[in-house]
Design a protein around this ligand. Structure first.
Ligand code: SAM
Length: 442
């Protein structure tokens, strides 16, 4: 008798950390059924495309990928292909109508129902599991964190902000905070399994509130950071207007809260911020950064910026560049504005010529690259604790992250470090996007 071949799942993930965690949850549920992950789509029995719809390009990419994978069905008619993530929520039945070889569609709030969806498909139904049910299925044991150096924990789902450019409130639904006790239980569980770094996740992570209670994100930060064994605590994404002085105080109080914060500003111009419906002005943002830096002088900041938003003039863009010079971000994620269905911004006047937007984006990247090179040069000679996150591109090298989230490459001449382990590295040279160092022998 020939041995039974284990069934395999191939998962491709686009977009934010929340999608990464959703993919870990999907893999974990399938592993409980004996279906193992593979890196080779050709050998998979199930292909899951966990998509992002924040920009149009990402949405187009997932459809072209489905087009490639559906060809496998010519020789493998038992292969299942599922569209998951934000495009799944956005498209629903339309995706099944558009692609006849697509087997099912699962939105971000229905990830916990994957096994049920697959069983229904096997019984003949082309399933659309979208929408935002009151009751959420979330089994903290059914998360595959294999090969992960950090434990990600969702604390708040969805988003109630009305940024005029953003599709997230439609694809991830209204804000729902998880109960305090459940979050602490999951973090403890991860610490028991040896994770040294925990990342709390949410689209507006600092808007977390205890459901039906009085606790807010400052209380949660305090409680999580106080858990024994937790070496590094991160959280993302914070919304500038929701950051309170009590939260700043916690960032200053707990040394295991990483001195790194992602704080999307989107634009340096008050006029554009108003058109974006962000609900804060440039001065509030800069004032908050001042408070945070007083509380944690070594704080590294990163941000998101959109260029070419409707109505953005050269003067508005200059104000964004000036803000970057003033803040000196450790990294910047910048994007050309992409009109999204169901959002308000496409109705605004003042469309920016795509070539002008591309040219602004290039100038922004040049400015940021110079700033990063200058910042990183200033770190040469410093020693850091580095959490090992993977292998370097060169043989005999590994890479990791400092507590400020900077990437460090270093050579290992004997036993390599396990992923998620901690070591100490002295920085010897710097590039704009990473540091190069050598191990410090104790
Ligand atoms: N919830 C976070 C916030 O608003 O601060 C981030 C949400 S989104 C997943 C990540 C980033 O994508 C945003 O901060 C924004 O810079 C960018 N983004 C969102 N919608 C966009 C659009 N329509 N065009 C270009 N970039 C966009």
């Amino acid at each position: 008798m020939s041995p039974v071949r284990p069934r395999r799942v191939y998962i491709e993930t686009w977009g934010c950390q929340m999608n990464e965690l959703d993919s870990q949850r999907m893999a974990g549920q399938l592993m409980q059924q004996g279906i193992l992950p593979t890196r080779e789509p050709e050998e998979a029995d199930i292909i899951l495309l966990n998509s992002c719809s924040v920009r149009e390009k990402a949405e187009q990419k997932v459809y072209s990928r489905i087009g490639e994978y559906r060809l496998f069905k010519r020789t493998r008619n038992d292969l299942l292909i599922g569209l998951c993530g934000c495009v799944a929520q956005q498209e629903g039945q339309r995706a099944l109508d558009r692609v006849s070889d697509l087997d099912f569609v699962v939105g971000p709030a229905r990830v916990g129902e994957l096994n049920d969806v697959i069983a229904r498909r096997q019984a003949g139904e082309r399933v659309v599991a979208t929408g935002f049910p009151e009751e959420r299925t979330y089994d903290i044991d059914a998360v595959s964190r294999h090969g992960e150096y950090k434990g990600m924990v969702t604390i708040i789902e969805g988003c109630n902000k009305n940024c005029t450019f953003c599709i997230v409130p439609q694809t991830r639904g209204p804000e729902r905070s998880r109960p305090f006790a459940e979050i602490l239980k999951e973090v403890r569980h991860l610490l028991d399994y040896g994770f040294m770094e925990i990342e709390l996740l949410g689209q507006t992570v600092n808007h977390w509130r205890e459901p039906g209670g009085d606790l807010d994100f400052a209380d949660l930060l305090d409680a999580v950071a106080s858990l024994p064994g937790l070496q590094r605590l991160r959280f993302m994404t914070s919304y500038p207007r929701d950051f309170t002085p009590r939260m700043v105080e916690q960032v200053g109080r707990h040394s295991n809260i990483c001195p790194y914060l992602h704080l999307p500003v989107q634009s340096g111009s008050d006029r554009i911020l108003r058109r974006m419906g962000r609900g804060y002005a440039r001065s509030l943002y800069l004032d908050l950064i001042g408070q945070l830096r007083r509380a944690r002088p070594a704080l590294a900041l990163s941000t998101d910026i959109i260029v070419g938003f409707p109505g953005e003039t050269e003067e508005d863009f200059q104000q964004t560049l000036e803000l970057m010079e003033e803040v000196r971000f450790a990294s910047v994620y910048a994007f050309k504005y992409s009109p999204r269905p169901g959002t308000a911004a496409p109705r605004l006047d003042g469309e920016v010529d795509p070539e002008v937007a591309s040219e602004r984006l290039q100038r922004l990247f040049q400015t940021q690259e110079r700033i990063q090179r200058e910042i990183n040069q200033g770190l040469v000679g410093e020693e850091y604790d580095v959490l090992v996150t993977g292998w370097g591109k060169q043989p005999g090298t590994q890479m990791g992250r400092t507590s400020c989230h900077r990437i460090v490459h270093f050579a290992v001449d004997s036993q390599p470090f396990p992923l998620g382990g901690m070591t100490r590295v002295k920085v010897e040279s710097a590039l704009p996007h990473s540091l190069l160092g050598r191990l410090v022998v104790p």
